[in-house]
Write a protein that binds this ligand. Structure first.
Ligand SMILES: [Zn+2]
Length: 478
């Protein structure tokens, strides 16, 4: 008989049950904390059977793009998988907040024995506060309900969470720095509105900055990724020219660069992680008909994005600077060598080299490129990126292989390569050129990194790029 195990259990005293309930509620609270760390409303749940934790769950609707991903649902699903049964007879669910109607309904479907919650929810609680799903005698299954276990702790966690959100929508993570706004006060040709995002699962509370200009329903959306060691300021001349065609233009600052948060530790800067942030960001903004605008010398990150969601991308524009040649390694200790130990010096050297070779590259522009990095503490990304690019883990190499394969065999969009301000290669031969560039980018994984400043070709480049990619957008529409 299925109930034999229960009835064999010795009857427990009320204070014993209370101690037991509090113990499991603490496990649920740990889950609630985990939710808060991911930017989710802190609610946690745990399913227990015969005094043993079967499964846990925490709130995850934001990260999972799932309105049903309440802590209770996550825990119920996980418990059912563990037990190999959608009926959870003999189980008790502990949750830090009074369940809503959806979760209460799911608990009844699961034939749960008992539900124990912490704080009452006067707004949506369906276990007594707003309504009581469990008390209806017309339902054939009855689940016991008990509320108020560690209610203070459970409620406090929620209160603190919402207070922090109201008072400071962008709390800074303890292991990160944020460049003071004053550093960005004077930025020539960069008067765009700031956009921030912090609640992507991979960001884990770090704040990423991006520009988002032009109409949301534009026929084309340019996604401009800045090269190392620069930031979105790099695109200030190209952006207005792209916008003039009626396109939407987005330009994020990779975490650690520009106006984005700067983690203090280098180890966070992993290639896969930066890729994941961008993938999640594109999904969250639901970007479509994207034309990637990538620095030719530093394109792997960008080129790896369509592999994951090819339907979102309709074109790629590789912008190589004439400066690339000058910045090739080999002539003595380069700016890149400096980056590891003296990132500020390295960046200064890089900019100095650019200025030597390009008279139009102004002093204020140099200052703007230095702005995100007021001191060494802010420079972890500058230090980490070179080794991130040369990283040869099997995971990274496998990804590089799939990127290469994608651009050789599967890419269906339009491609354009712009090499230097005066030298535009496009149209018919572009696809082949991009393939080569992609391969070269992948080779760059193992060799040193070069930089480029695709600043100059702004208007000229857009003049050619806009009609070219517009034609692909109208093809799509047909
Ligand atoms: Zn719920």
């Amino acid at each position: 008989m299925p109930d034999a195990a229960h009835s064999a259990e010795p009857a427990r005293q009320p204070d014993e049950i209370q101690a037991c309930d509090e113990g499991f509620m603490r496990v649920a609270l740990e889950q609630a904390h985990a939710a808060a760390r991911k930017g989710e409303v802190p609610v946690g749940a745990v399913v227990v059977r015969n005094g043993v934790v079967v499964a846990t769950g925490h709130n995850a609707p934001v990260g999972g793009h799932d309105p049903t991903a309440h802590a209770e649902m996550e825990a119920l699903r996980a418990a059912a998988r563990v037990l190999g049964n959608y009926r959870l007879e003999g189980c008790t669910l502990y949750v830090t907040l009074e369940p809503c109607t959806m979760c209460s309904g799911a608990m009844l479907h699961a034939r749960l024995d008992r539900v124990v919650f912490g704080a009452a929810d006067p707004k949506t609680g369906a276990a007594g506060s707003v309504l009581n799903v469990f008390s209806d005698a017309r339902l054939n299954h009855q689940t016991q309900v008990q509320g108020g276990v560690l209610a203070q702790d459970c409620g406090q966690l929620l209160q603190t969470f919402f207070q922090q959100r109201r008072g400071n929508p962008w709390p800074l993570r303890e292991d990160a720095l944020r460049t003071p706004e004053a550093r960005f006060k004077v930025l020539p040709d960069y008067a765009w509105r700031e956009h921030f995002i912090g609640d992507l699962p991979s960001l884990n509370g770090l704040r990423m900055h991006y520009l988002d200009e032009g109409p949301l329903d534009a026929p084309l959306t340019y996604l401009c990724l800045h090269p190392y060691p620069l930031w979105s300021y790099n695109w200030r001349k190209l952006i207005p020219a792209l916008l003039s065609s009626g396109a939407r233009v987005l330009a994020p600052d990779l975490v650690g660069f520009g106006k984005s948060d700067k983690p203090k530790k280098e180890h966070l800067h992993r290639f896969q992680w930066h890729r994941q942030v961008l993938l999640e960001w594109v999904e969250r903004l639901d970007l479509r008909r994207l034309v990637l605008v990538l620095p030719g010398s530093d394109a792997l990150l960008g080129l790896s994005l369509p592999v994951q969601a090819p339907k979102r991308y309709s074109g790629v524009l590789l912008v190589g600077g004439a400066d690339d040649a000058v910045l090739q390694p080999g002539d003595g200790p380069t700016w890149l060598d400096l980056m590891g130990k003296h990132p500020e010096k390295g960046l200064g050297e890089y900019l100095r080299t650019l200025r030597q070779t390009n008279r139009r590259f102004s002093e204020p522009a140099c200052a703007a490129y230095m702005a995100p990095f007021p001191d060494r503490g802010h420079c972890a990304a500058l230090r980490a990126f070179p080794s991130m690019h040369t990283e040869a883990s099997s995971e990274k190499l496998a990804l590089a292989e799939s990127v290469r394969d994608f651009w050789r065999r599967q890419w269906q969009g339009q491609s354009m390569v712009a090499c230097g301000p005066q030298d535009l290669l496009l149209a018919e031969a572009a696809l082949r050129v991009v393939q080569h560039a992609a391969d070269a980018g992948l080779e760059g994984l193992r060799g040193p990194l070069t930089g480029c400043v695709p600043e100059e070709p702004g208007a000229q480049l857009a003049e050619v790029a806009n009609p070219y990619f517009r034609s692909s957008a109208s093809d799509d529409a047909r």
